[in-house]
Each structure stands twice: as C-alpha cells, then as structure tokens.
Design a protein around this ligand. Structure first.
Ligand code: ADP
Ligand code: MG
Length: 364
C-alpha cells in the first residue's frame, strides 16, 4: 500500500509504500522433470505446466514466469521441476497486489529449493519480470519491491528511476477505506494519463534537453513549467513534480517522527490528485472530507484512483471515532457501508520451515 507518491512511478519519481499484514504462502518441493505442478487455495485444482513451453492462460503463468526468470539467472532446480502449493489471504484485484505477493513468495521459495541465495532486490526483479515480461502486465516495480524488501514498522522510500531505496521508520496507524467502486473506467483513463505525461515531457525537453523523466523537472521551476505547457498537460505535470517533492519531504518528516506534518502532506496529495490529476471519485472525496472533519491526521486516495480505496492516518486514541464518522457519512450518501480495515507496516517475504508433519506436508 502506497503512503504517498501517486502517479510518480512511471514518471521516474519516488514512491513510499508499506507492506500490509495480509500474506501469501508458497510451499515448494522437487517435481517431475521440466514440469511445474501447482495448486492454490484460490482455485483448488492442481495444474501441470510444461513451463519451458507456452504459458498457460491462468494464474500458473505467474509461477512459470518466475521459473523462467530464475532459470535465466542460472538458478537450477533438480530436473528443472517443482511442485508449488499456494495459500493466501491477500484480496485479489483490490489494489493490494496479490499478484506481487504470489510472484515474490514463489520466487523466494523456489530459489531456496534450488539452494540459491538471492538478495531481496534480485527477488523483486525476478518477480517484476515474471509479471511484466512473461504475463504481460504493464506494472511498475513498486509492488514487487515492497513485498520483497519490507521491514515491520517501516515504509520504503523507493526512487523508481534508479531503484535506490531507504527504509523509513513508520509507526503510524492507518485505516484503509474501500469505497467498493472498482476501477471499471480506470484502465483507459490511466493510459490517457501516461500519454499526457509523455507529451508533457516531450515539450519540456525543448526547454531542458537533458530531462529524462518528468519527475526530474526542478520543483523550484514551476512557473517556467506552467508557461511551457498548455492544459491539461500543465495540471498533470504540476501534480507529478509537486508530488515528487511531497514524497521526498514526507519521508524526511517520517524519519524525524513528525507524523502530524506528514499527515498534512497526505491531504495535499489528495487535493492535487483530485484537482490536477483528476483521478479521484466523489466516493473517495467524501471519505477524505469526512476523515478531515473527524480529526484524522491525513487522508488521500491510494492505488491510482478512479475508484478503490483511501488511506486515513489516525492517532490510536481517535481511531474508532474516526472510522465510525467515515462509515456514517458514507452510508448517509451512498446507502451502503464502506469496508474499513486497520493497517500496519509489516514485514516482507521471509522463509518459514515446515517442521510439524513434514512428511505429510511434502506429499500433500
Ligand atoms: P492485484 O491487484 O490483486 O495484484 P492482479 O490482477 O494484478 O490484481 O492480480 C491478480 C491475479 O494474480 C489473479 O487473477 C491470479 O491470476 C493471480 N493470483 C494472485 N494471488 C493468487 C493466489 N493466491 N493463487 C492463485 N493465483 C493468484
Ligand atoms: Mg497486481
């Protein structure tokens, strides 16, 4: 879940995600030659995949992609075969990146089975390429990176242009408020924004030929940026450049324990997403306004927008009161309740040995 840094990733700017506590577990063992035998609590029936051949049109494509990327890195499994059993409580398709949880967990487990010790960044790269290059999803690197690198009680400042990263202490309490609106129109609008950002970059390069990423435009030159761009490119670019500055400053504030000041940046971020990037919805705006009225430290949409969820930063004393206030305000307007869950910064992928019933586990 991204605390701040929305629509900065594909513009070469920073993001500041945390890992949530929901998780995906992958148990692995040796398998038949060149065969991947997989089963998941999500669909229950096993699949057999010749992973060096065509990719299947179900979730096995993610695991086959992981196998191929490990192979490319020289990680060899006995007879090139494996069996993988997956269980998960990460909601699918809710913007919480169940796909990254799946690829990072299987990459870690399969690498262990092969006796290879991959650094967390290598795991993230394997998982990213499995999804991006093999499955063909136009995703960024944030989800796999946080799933592989997260530390409990920390957010991760990740510079998407360089992949430089820093763990930032984060002990804030968060509510995740799901508006229940799925991003039906979102994909088209998302692609339109990426095109607009590219067009803005092209024009700004006339002024500053060495500009490689939109997010690299100096934040102190906003007046010049505004003169150079027509609408709507101007608004999109102002969001990207100011959100980049907010995200880096936000990490700086968190590192100094200034959670209140960080919260105010969340409100600013939402306002920028609503007015300049135009990716909010009335439901998300209502949640953020209700959070502000109830005295939350900060709130904003998270996960690109056009539906989905808002995050709300709260103090532990007021957590319940704020959740209640949001719930009531939402229900008054929409005659249904939003799903509200508490979220904390948790750890990333880790090894677990199955000790009890080991033989049964390995043959199940
Ligand atoms: P999300 O936002 O949850 O990442 P995606 O559409 O990117 O949504 O990924 C969801 C897909 O990932 C599912 O359709 C499925 O193919 C795969 N997936 C995720 N978790 C599991 C799981 N536990 N078992 C099997 N497949 C999974
Ligand atoms: Mg995904």
């Amino acid at each position: 879940m991204n605390l701040i840094g929305e629509h900065t990733d594909y513009n070469g700017g920073p993001v500041l995600p945390i890992a949530i506590a929901a998780r995906t577990t992958a148990a692995v063992g040796p398998g038949a030659p060149e065969t991947l035998e997989i089963v998941s609590t999500r669909d229950g029936r096993p699949h057999h995949i010749q992973w060096k051949g065509d990719l299947p049109d179900h979730w096995g494509a993610y695991v086959a992609g992981v196998m191929r990327e490990l192979w490319t890195l020289g990680v060899r499994l006995p007879q090139d075969g494996a069996r993988v059993a997956v269980s998960s409580d990460v909601p699918v398709g809710a913007g919480l990146s169940s796909s990254a949880a799946l690829t990072v967990a299987t990459a870690r487990a399969l690498a262990l089975l092969a006796g290879a010790s991959l650094a967390p960044r290598q795991l993230a790269a394997v998982a990213y390429r499995a999804e991006h290059d093999h499955v063909g999803v136009k995703c960024g690197v944030m989800d796999q990176t946080i799933a592989a690198l997260a530390r409990p009680g920390h957010a991760l400042l990740l510079e998407c242009a360089t992949l430089a990263h820093r763990h930032i202490p984060f002990r804030g309490r968060l509510l995740l408020v799901d508006t229940g609106v799925r991003r039906a129109l979102g994909a088209g609008a998302y692609n339109e924004r990426t095109r607009e950002c590219r067009a803005a970059l092209e024009r700004l390069r006339v002024d500053l030929p060495e500009l490689i990423w939109l997010a690299a435009w100096p934040a102190g030159w906003l007046a010049r940026l505004k003169r150079a761009l027509p609408e709507p490119l101007r608004s999109r670019a102002v969001h990207v450049v100011s959100e980049t500055a907010r995200t880096r400053y936000g990490a700086h504030l968190l590192a100094r324990g200034r959670v209140g000041a960080f919260g105010r940046l969340l409100y600013e971020s939402h306002e920028s997403l609503r007015r300049l990037y135009e990716c909010s919805t009335p439901e998300l705006d209502l949640v953020v306004a209700a959070a502000r009225r109830a005295g939350a430290l900060g709130a904003r949409l998270t996960g690109a927008g056009w539906g989905g969820a808002a995050l709300v930063l709260v103090s532990s004393k007021r957590e319940r009161g704020i959740a209640e206030h949001i719930r009531r305000a939402f229900a008054r307007t929409y005659e249904r309740e939003p799903e509200i869950t508490t979220v904390r910064a948790s750890g990333g992928a880790r090894r677990e040995r199955i000790t009890a019933s080991r033989r049964r586990a390995s043959t199940a």
